[in-house]
Structures are given as C-alpha cells and as structure tokens.
Design a protein around this ligand. Structure first.
Ligand code: ADP
Ligand code: MG
Length: 264
C-alpha cells in the first residue's frame, strides 16, 4: 500500500476536495483505496456520503485504543473499491488522549501498516498544520500532495511546508515521506493574477509542480453537499477528467520516486 497525504499550510486550498476526488479516481481506475479523514471537521467523511454526527467510531478510536483496528472503524462508500476511515469532532481529543504516549507521532502509521495488504493506496486528508494529527499523517505517508490555491502568492508558506516534510523524514525513522508535488487548484485561465502566480510557482519549484491543474469549477463545490465525489455527481464534467488525470500523474510520480529511492 502506498500512502499519500494531501496537505497544505492553509485552509480552503482544495485539500479535502483533492483527497476525496483523488481517492475516488484511483478506485474508479480499479485500485483498492482507503480514504482516511484526519480532520476533526469531518469534511471528507461528509463529502463521500457519511454523516459525521452519526458515526459509532472514528479513525481516532483506532489511533488511541490498542484493541481497535482500522478495519473496525472503516466504512464502505458508493464507489466500489473505496473505503473510508471516517472522522468527526471527537477526533480532536486524540491530541489529549495520546499526550503522554511514547511514540505518539507513530500510531497512525503503525495501524495503517496492519491493513497495508488490503489496499493499493491510502489517501489521507490532513488535519490542521503542525498538529499531532498532521504529524501522524506525515509520518505514516510515503508522499505528500500539496494543494496550492493559485490566487495567493504562496512561495514562503510552501517552502516552510517542504522543510517540515524534510524534518519529519529525518527525525522519525523509518519514515520515508517526500513531497510528491504541488497541485494547483482553483485555477482560472482568464485572471492575470492566477496566470502570474502559476508562472512564478513553476519557475521557482520546477518539476515539483504537477502538469495537471484543477480549474475552479462549481460542480466540485456542489458535489460534497450531495455526499458524492465528482465521479458519481458529474462524471462527464471536466473536473472529473482533471482529477482522473491528477490520479494518473500521482501514480506516475510515485513510480518515479521509487526509482529515485532505489538509486539513493
Ligand atoms: P480545504 O480542505 O483545504 O479546507 P476544501 O477542499 O474544503 O479545502 O475547499 C474549500 C471550498 O472550496 C469547499 O467549499 C470546496 O467545495 C470548494 N472547492 C474546492 N476545490 C474547488 C474548485 N476547484 N473549484 C471550486 N470550488 C472548489
Ligand atoms: Mg479540509
């Protein structure tokens, strides 16, 4: 199983939208996928069709309780091959519950390892930056997709996030996490600012920026209210094509990372 965290340094950058639709795209392509909602807001849970207020258990129970496995909390979704480890506001207590535990940054990775033969990919919708939940996500992952809202001049914040990933890899052995790439979201071809920011990001970060971009698209904003990914909500829409291309580029970049790791 390859574990991919979807992260950024700010809210509202299309992180949850990307986690849900990337996970769905991989499953539509035939892979077995586990979507982990690691944000206490439970938006990914809601966005794939489960009510966060009606959960018996969350991913937090698997993280805190040694006797609860990921399989005990996992729910099926409308999409064949896509399972969900859900979240709600209760996930917020994980930070307190794990406070005195040694290796508290490692618990998610340990639990995911136990189900790694059941899935091809695990996609994690990350928690707020610099929280214990976010650290757990980074430590558990082999790669990070960083979503970037193209309206903001974001280079400083992105450099910090890339540094954080680097520090986590060094500090938490045997963590292998690497940035897989920057995915530009909310792209609007007609706005000058958007074009400028895109150009600056490509000049500064080079190949790290995904070729695929996700345009601003009202269907992507509507789909979560129906509890659906774009692949069932509007399967012929351009946004579905873009997230399918994104998933193909993720797979390609993962195999390139493997080659690099082999050469190191
Ligand atoms: P984050 O998880 O980073 O906070 P979200 O994925 O929840 O960001 O996106 C923030 C809001 O923008 C949500 O209401 C979402 O539906 C909407 N949204 C996300 N991506 C797009 C897009 N490409 N076009 C239009 N709306 C989008
Ligand atoms: Mg979110």
């Amino acid at each position: 199983m390859k574990t991919i965290a979807v992260a950024n340094q700010k809210g509202g950058c299309g992180k949850t939208t990307t986690a849900v639709n990337l996970a769905a795209a991989l499953a539509v392509g035939g892979a077995r996928v586990l979507l982990v909602d690691l944000d206490p807001q439970g938006h990914a849970t809601l966005g794939i069709g489960h009510d966060p207020d009606k959960l018996d258990r969350t991913i937090g129970d698997a993280m805190v309780d040694r006797h609860v496995s990921i399989n005990d909390v996992t729910l099926e979704t409308q999409i064949v091959g896509l399972s969900l480890a859900p979240s709600n506001i209760m996930l917020g207590t994980v930070e307190l519950d794990l406070r005195d535990r040694t290796g508290k940054e490692l618990v998610l990775g340990e639990k995911l390892r136990m189900v790694s033969s059941q899935y091809d990919y695990c996609v994690i919708d990350c928690a707020p930056p610099l929280s214990l939940l976010m650290l757990n996500a980074l430590v558990a992952s082999s790669s990070v997709v960083i979503t970037v809202q193209t309206h903001y001049y974001a280079i400083e914040g992105l450099k910090r996030l890339l540094e954080t990933i680097h520090i986590v890899r060094k500090r938490f052995h045997p963590c292998q996490v690497k940035a897989l790439g920057l995915l530009l979201t909310f792209v609007e071809d007609r706005t000058l600012l958007c074009r400028q920011v895109q150009q600056q990001l490509r000049e500064f970060f080079g190949n790290l920026v995904f070729d695929t971009v996700i345009h601003r698209n009202v269907r992507l904003a509507e789909a979560p209210s129906a509890g659906e990914s774009i692949f069932t909500y509007a399967p012929t829409n351009k946004a579905a094509e873009e997230y399918m291309n994104c998933s193909k580029e993720v797979v390609k970049r993962l195999s390139q990372l493997e080659v690099q790791d082999g050469q190191e």
